[in-house]
Design a protein. Sequence first.
Length: 146
Amino acid sequence: MKSKTLNKIDIKIPALSQNESLARQILCSFASQLDPTVEEIGDLRVIISEAVTNCVVHAYRLASTPGYIYISAELFENRSVKIRIRDTGCGIEDIEKCMQPFYTTDPAGERGGMGFPIMKELSDKFKVASILKKGTTITLYKKFGA
């Protein structure tokens, strides 16, 4: 049986590095309605930071102007949150390869390649869907008090 939705938000922000902290603050404040522990909110902060940073660094790297990041979050009665972070950028050619630790598509090799592995480890459920030249969607679930 699916848990009842308690609250939901949708936001759209420019894919700029300074908006990573904004997204993190909004989503963590929103999730605080479920009374998570300090450790749980810390995990959520890391997940959000990694997901938004991926959009900023990778999704629009070939674009002449930054695109947007679309974020939706839903709180459930069973003390869980579902977060979806989506871009309309270049997409990911090989999701499985991108899930491998230390793999990066950064031609300069300055990125650590740990974003997806970290997000997956800290989430209770984690999914990446992508279409080349259309964008990528990260969907995650985090249950508090599990």
